[in-house]
Design a protein around this ligand. Structure first.
Ligand code: UD1
Ligand code: MG
Length: 418
């Protein structure tokens, strides 16, 4: 569906977050809020995506990267002004402009796709996404005449007592004909109450100009949910977390206790893997088939786990790759480790990967056996089939050849492994 360009409004200060971090960079299930919205425009293959930034724009650019076009809005003069900042980029564009807000991580791609589809089919000048919600507090209300024709969007501040009771709200997602949009934007007047230019005023201006304006209504109560406070962040996280868990369960992963399992966005888990209670799996993790993870394990970003791996209680794995059939059953830490297949990691094993300045790597060859409580001070290499005795400390930079047994503090090679 690559017949539109997108504008994402993300210049707001997010004052109520009480944070040094721009609101749209706060994370929900390990992923910045803005990325959820960008996933939609990417997924629907927008021709270009413009992100209107103001507060903390440099940090936003650093985190999100240069796959989108940034448009600066230094003074927050309202949503109409924000969209109008994109006018110079869209001068010669005649197609559809999709406008979204950068702080709505629950919005779904399917709904936006349906909105675009209706907009294109109806050839309307503008199509507004609306939702019927139980608690419309704070949202712009959809005004209709007695026949149900769409008349205008009324901001709560400017609404009469009767209008405030309306439960159909403006989600803040719109499709516009680019040409009509920028003509109308020129005519938007400053709202005297809020001292802002409202994008929502464009609707009445288009109608007054005889243009066709329509709505697309969803019953999904969550789509309009925007992040304004840390409490909102927690609520959005609860919903997205549930969506993520459901997705994994539906694709064949057993999650023993969804109530105590946290799996962030961007995790791949193979079929028939079992996740035991109180397990945290961070973003950018891949786990193969037939694995057993937890209870009480933490798998951190950059980790790749092959098929048939067992990670038990109080185990942590970070930025590591584990070959097929590795067992790491009890309280231990693997960080920056490359572990070959069928390696046994004993209880209490620690890769001391951080020397205070650098993070160093540990290589453990296939079939190696690391005895309980061994400390492997990285960097080091343990050859295939080698064995490290219980309680040994392998000093920094020391390598153990394949098939040998090393024991002691510091660990020394004592014999060939039988
Ligand atoms: C807006 C809509 C309202 C709708 C609601 C949905 C207007 C006038 N009202 O209200 O009808 O129900 O969204 O959430 O548009 N932004 C900028 N620059 C600005 C102002 C805002 O980039 O100068 C961005 C914000 O960062 C935010 C989005 O635009 O992502 C919406 O702005 P916000 O101030 O939250 O508008 P609402 O009052 O919520
Ligand atoms: Mg808002």
């Amino acid at each position: 569906m690559s017949n539109f360009k997108a504008i994402i409004l993300a210049a707001g200060r997010g004052t109520r977050m009480k944070s040094q971090t721009p609101k749209v960079l706060h994370k929900v299930c390990g992923k910045p809020v803005l990325e959820y919205v960008l996933d939609i425009t990417k997924g629907l293959r927008s021709l270009t995506t413009y992100v209107v930034v103001g507060h903390g724009s440099k940090i936003v650019r650093d985190v999100v990267g240069e796959t989108v076009t940034y448009v600066q809005q230094d003074k927050l003069l309202g949503t109409a002004d924000a969209v109008n900042r994109c006018a110079p980029y869209l001068k010669n564009y005649q197609g559809t402009v999709l406008v979204l807000c950068g702080d709505t991580p629950l919005l779904s791609k399917d709904i936006v796709a349906a909105l675009l589809k209706q907009h294109h089919r109806s050839k309307a000048s503008a199509t507004v996404l609306t939702a019927n919600i139980n608690n419309p507090l704070g949202y712009g209300r959809i005004l209709r005449d007695t026949q149900g024709h769409f008349l205008a969007i009324r901001e709560e501040k400017d609404a009469s007592d009767a209008e405030v009771k309306i439960k159909e709200i403006n989600v803040g997602v719109y499709c516009f004909n680019a040409k009509d949009l920028f003509v109308a934007l020129k005519k938007v007047k400053l709202n005297p109450g809020k001292k802002e230019f409202y994008l929502t005023d464009v609707i009445e201006l288009l109608l007054a100009d005889g243009k066709n304006v329509s709505t697309f209504t969803t019953q999904d109560e969550t789509v309009a949910f925007g992040i304004n406070t840390r409490e909102d962040l927690a609520q959005a996280q609860a919903i997205i977390r549930q969506r993520i868990l459901s997705k994994h369960m539906l694709s064949g992963v057993t999650i023993m206790d969804p109530l105590t399992t946290f799996i962030e966005a961007g995790v791949v888990i193979g079929q028939d893997t079992v996740i035991h209670p109180m397990t945290v799996i961070h973003t950018d993790v891949r786990i193969g088939r037939n694995c057993s993870i937890g209870p009480v394990s933490r798998i951190r970003p950059g980790t790749r786990i092959s098929d048939g791996v067992e990670i038990g209680n109080f185990a942590e794995v970070s930025r590591s790759s584990l070959g097929r059939g590795v067992t790491q059953k009890h309280f231990s830490f693997l960080g920056d480790a490359v572990v070959g297949q069928d390696v046994n990691i004993g209880a209490g094993v620690v890769t001391a990967n951080y020397d205070g300045v650098n993070k160093n790597k540990t290589f453990i060859g296939p079939g190696a056996f690391i005895g309980s409580d061994a400390i492997l001070v990285a960097p080091n290499k343990i050859g295939a089939g080698a064995m490290i005795g219980a309680g040994s400390v392998l000093p920094k930079g020391k390598n153990i050849p394949a098939g040998m047994v090393a024991i002691g503090v510091p660990a020394r090679v004592v014999k060939r492994r039988d």
